[in-house]
Design a protein around this ligand. Structure first.
Ligand code: SF4
Length: 521
């Protein structure tokens, strides 16, 4: 980077960190006022008591309202990332981009979508990993490689990104930000040959978990790593093609699910024609089972199976393995609700939504000066006293990560008069972090990695505690007729942890000057 460029880029980065949206037309980056709520584009995160999905992607090829449909798709995928969102569209040989911090509905308005013309578009929602959330890491990432313009929207975690970056910088590449997605751009820029050869070259260099959309000149490209960790589905909307992390995005726009992009497959869509190649060597399928347990929406098909039906099956198996005499089955909403239905169905115990969740809680709220006991959990959850007083409850949750929330929920139930509180978890104990694109606490902070089931029961204050067994989970995986990753339960990490090369499992993989802003050129 030339020294004279620095002040300009620093100013742009500073504006971006204040929370302004980034827009461009014809490849020039412009900055506009952002519809944002934050003073700062960066913030530190509270300790996780959940595994968090990082991203969702949506692509459309061959539709006159491509950006509008990408926006709707991202709206349906909002649960996969709430920190930032962006869309790149392609029209008349030019790319157009808009990105911002916040929710999809806050970032995109009708006038903003009008600045994103064209028949092809890709979009991205992001939940940032590891503490920092800023516009410079929002996607899609857009760059000019000299021969091509390339936009990248990526879900997952490249486990060898640091090594590739060091190698490429040794050969003179200049990285603009801290996203591992930028590795794709530099690898593509250096590759030679046809588009297919360049894509094959790029994809064969990266390792880890990644499902990605690329907009390379006029071609929409969808690709998935050879293990297939993260989902990516392909659908049709009339003559147009659509690609999304989950099929709930198709349902909203009236598209029809055709099939998944296969692990290791690269799909190229140009002028309505789809071409598929499989340049990467076959690898054992390792689809993320946590998508079915918790991340994905229950109305989605993920890896070709209904998330709703899988969750119900998890609950039924849990009831068979860990029965208890109780008056009612109570879900921890929302993710535990379908497993709780399965538990109730198999056990014959009545299902009651006796724990109400407030869906409108923002990340920060103003507490009264005289602090209220357990305000943080109370503001989100409230048991129905009239239902639970004097009753024995089976509370069904999908996972226990740190145990802090569940401990508070048990206390809330007891405070509301519950006679007994039995906790049932519709997944095995979470004993390891994820290195494949999910934001997780360190192993030291995972309660099940460091304590027995009986110790955890005492810590959360429940009358009994039981998890679904790993064997039962793996029986359900087998029924879905695919190979699954369940490493955070089983410790069976298919890509060795050493290869990841980081003590903390997740991004940011690269630390860079916060003033350096990725930009189109
Ligand atoms: Fe999914 Fe767990 Fe495997 Fe990560 S380690 S990909 S969360 S199953």
């Amino acid at each position: 980077m030339k020294p004279s460029q620095r002040p300009r880029k620093r100013a742009r980065g500073a504006r971006a960190q204040r929370g302004e949206a980034e827009r461009s037309a014809g490849g020039r980056v412009l900055l506009g006022r952002a519809p944002l709520e934050r003073e700062s584009g960066e913030r530190r995160r509270a300790p996780l008591d959940r595994f968090r999905e990082e991203c969702g992607v949506m692509g459309i090829a061959g539709h006159p309202e491509a950006a509008n449909l990408a926006y709707l798709g991202l709206y349906a995928l909002q649960h996969r990332g709430q920190e930032s969102a962006g869309i790149v569209s392609r029209d008349g040989g030019e790319n157009h981009i808009h990105k911002g911090m916040g929710l999809v509905a806050e970032i995109f308005s009708q006038p903003v979508l009008a600045t994103l013309p064209g028949r092809t578009a890709i979009g991205h929602v992001r939940y940032s990993t590891a503490g920092e959330s800023s516009l410079r890491n929002a996607q899609p990432f857009l760059a000019n490689t000299g021969r091509s313009q390339i936009a990248v929207a990526h879900n997952g975690n490249l486990t060898n990104a640091l090594a590739i970056r060091a190698e490429l910088e040794g050969h003179g590449s200049i990285f603009q930000g801290s996203m591992d997605s930028e590795v794709f751009v530099h690898l593509f820029a250096r590759a030679r040959g046809t588009l297919e050869e360049r894509l094959g070259d790029m994809c064969s260099r990266v390792r880890g978990a990644w499902s990605a959309l690329f907009l390379i000149d006029d071609v929409l490209v969808a690709a998935r790593d050879p293990h297939g960790f993260r989902p990516l589905s392909l659908g049709r909307l009339g003559p147009a093609w659509v690609v999304a992390s989950e099929t709930c995005a198709f349902d909203l726009i009236g598209a029809v699910y055709e099939r998944d992009v296969e692990p290791g497959e690269i799909v190229m869509i140009r002028r309505g024609r789809l071409r598929s190649v499989q340049p990467l060597p076959r690898a054992p399928e390792k689809l993320c089972v946590f998508e079915h347990i918790y991340f994905a929406r229950p109305d989605s098909l993920v890896f070709g199976s209904s998330v709703y039906q899988t969750r119900k099956q998890l609950g039924r198996e849990l009831a068979r393995e860990a029965p208890v005499r109780a008056d009612m089955v109570v879900p921890v909403l929302d993710s535990g609700s379908v497993s709780a239905l399965g538990y109730a169905e198999a056990s014959g115990i009545a299902y009651e939504n006796a724990l109400i969740r407030n869906h409108y809680v923002r990340r920060t709220f103003i507490e009264p000066e005289q602090s209220i006991r357990m305000f943080g959990v109370r503001v989100k959850h409230n048991p129905i006293r009239e239902l639970v007083t004097g009753k024995s409850l089976v509370v069904v949750e999908d996972s226990i990560v740190r145990g802090t929330t569940l401990n508070k929920l048990v206390t809330l139930f007891r405070g509301a008069g519950a006679r007994e509180v039995h906790i049932r978890v519709s997944a095995p104990p979470t004993t390891g972090p994820c290195y494949y694109g999910i934001d997780t606490p360190k192993r030291a902070d995972l309660i099940a990695a460091n304590h027995s089931v009986e110790e955890i029961r005492r810590m959360i204050g429940a009358d009994s505690l039981a998890y679904l067994s790993l064997e039962a989970l793996q029986r359900i995986e087998a029924q879905m007729k695919h190979g699954f990753c369940d490493a955070c339960f089983s410790g069976d990490y298919v890509i060795p942890v050493d290869e990841v090369g980081v003590a903390e499992p997740q991004l940011p993989l690269f630390e860079s000057d916060p003033g350096d802003e990725p930009e189109a050129s």
